[in-house]
Design a protein around this ligand. Structure first.
Ligand code: NAD
Length: 449
């Protein structure tokens, strides 16, 4: 099948390449010419495990290309997937990119003779497709949805850091549409993916996406609230609490091989990235607008926004006032295996450390110093390329992202480079018992000595 994908970021590019690998002919449409050129040369514009090799493979098969020519892409394909950004601005979802693209596509479809399906992969609030996108596409194209053109809501569930695998082997495909013809076309497009395909209304598809993200975010904030209780009571370690809770057969049906969902029921310094923060905020605003009077999601957001403050509390507990202290921050991206800095708890931590007057040195295995240049704090931090250089003369090391290379660090390594080693573990990735009694002060989210 011939497919165009609008957007060349995490969802657009990874989905486009995966569909190409699965036997379709795909063109990805972007706006930035140098990005498009580098994609066509086989260079992925962001870090994502396996993406580089998959892009090369799709280009070699000649089943994938990138372009800035929207009109040609629409006219030459049967299906268009929209994967542009839907950020939250001042607590509200910003639909300007998606509305802009729909208007352009509508104007092109006006003169296209063949049936064409538009599918919304971007995350949009329930009823957006029905109440905003559908009328906009019908008015700009002059065509009736369900008769001359099709419209589906096809939310994306891939996880950054695992995007290639998730895209090639999705857990579900949700196709929300009232129109059977466009459902059949999308089902055919995904025919080589072996996972359940469910058909819903467009609003239900949108709700499934928000509910999925809100559930995971809620588990994270719930776990962090329990961590705060443990820290405040003292003499308690939330890790021990979770180990006990996770033994519940309902969370641990395989007796030892914990399901992925349990990873979200552990304490840490909070969620970040391009989805959970904006989607929980947008859902919280929707709940308020609907007058439901429920505050769960609002509190999930609040707990998450304030969670990096706990790292400051633990740091102060260990080293006293932070003014003039050298603090090494390890892990800048919002999670391992990505270089995405959006809404990363590490960046919130850096802002808080600046407010405290600390001297900050940072390290991340894949984020580059150049990526940090756009942030106002750039001139206030040092960036080191090796862990050892970042540790030298540091008064404390704070771990904000659980990269595998950090997990392997042993007490002797810290003792070699730090005069009085202090570790604040924002992801509970170290076994505290290997550090205790080794001349190291170890504090972690959910555990305060
Ligand atoms: P992003 O926010 O990183 O970037 C959006 C891209 O859209 C940008 O590259 C921008 O240039 C492009 N764009 C905007 N208008 C355009 C136009 N007229 N023509 C061509 N390109 C245009 O994107 P993302 O992280 O891939 O997210 C896209 C959507 O998918 C969002 O709605 C997001 O919530 C959702 N989503 C993201 C993830 C994720 O892990 N990133 C997962 C699931 C769903």
């Amino acid at each position: 099948m011939k497919i165009s994908v609008i957007g060349t970021s995490y969802v657009g590019l990874v989905t486009g390449i995966s569909l190409a690998i699965k036997g379709n002919q795909v063109v990805c449409v972007g706006r930035n010419l140098s990005r498009i050129r580098s994609i066509n040369r086989g260079i992925a514009p962001f870090y994502e495990p396996g993406l580089h090799a998959l892009l090369k493979k799709a280009l070699a098969k000649k089943s994938f290309t990138a372009t800035d020519k929207l009109e040609d892409a629409i006219l030459d394909t049967e299906v268009t997937l929209i994967a542009v950004g839907t950020p939250t601005v001042r607590n509200r979802i910003d639909l300007s990119s998606i509305n802009g693209v729909i208007k352009k596509i509508g104007a092109i479809l006006k003169y296209k003779k063949k049936y064409h399906v538009v599918a919304i992969k971007s995350t949009v609030l329930p009823t957006t497709t029905e109440k905003i996108i559908k009328p906009l596409l019908e008015s700009t194209s002059g065509k009736k949805i369900g008769k001359e053109i099709g419209l589906c809501t096809n939310p994306e569930f891939l996880r950054e850091g695992n995007a290639v695998e998730d895209s090639l082997k999705p857990d579900r495909i949700v196709i929300g549409t009232g129109d059977t013809k466009s459902f059949q076309i999308l089902k055919e497009m995904y025919s080589r993916f072996s996972c359940p395909v469910i058909r819903t209304s467009s609003t239900a598809a949108e709700m499934i996406k928000y509910t999925s993200n809100a559930l995971l975010a809620t588990l994270i904030s719930f776990s962090n609230e329990i961590a705060r209780v443990c820290e405040s009571i003292g003499g308690l370690d939330s890790e021990n609490v979770w180990n006990g809770v996770h033994l519940d057969h309902r969370l641990n049906p395989d007796k030892g091989n914990l399901p992925e969902i349990v990873r979200y029921i552990r304490s840490g310094c909070g969620y970040g990235g391009s989805c959970f923060p904006k989607d929980t905020q947008a859902l919280s605003s929707l709940i308020r607008d609907l007058g439901i009077g429920s505050n769960i999601i609002q509190n999930v957001v609040h707990t998450n926004n304030t969670q990096p403050h706990r790292l400051i509390m633990l740091l102060k507990h260990a080293v006293g006032k932070l003014k003039g202290k050298k603090i090494a921050v390890f892990g800048l991206a919002f999670k391992p295996n990505t270089d995405d800095l959006r809404e990363s708890p590490a960046l919130k931590l850096i802002h808080l450390l600046i407010d405290e007057g600390a001297d900050i040195v940072c390290h991340d295995p894949v984020v580059s110093a150049a990526q940090l240049e756009k942030y106002a704090f750039y001139s206030r931090i040092m960036f080191e390329h090796t862990i050892s250089d970042a540790l030298k003369n540091a008064d404390a090391a704070v771990f904000a992202t659980a990269w595998d290379m950090y997990k392997k660090l042993k007490p002797d390594f810290f003792k070699k480079y730090m005069e009085k080693p202090v570790i604040v573990d924002g992801r509970r990735m170290f076994d505290k018992n290997t550090f205790l009694g080794k001349g190291i002060i170890y504090q972690g989210i959910g555990y305060r000595i």
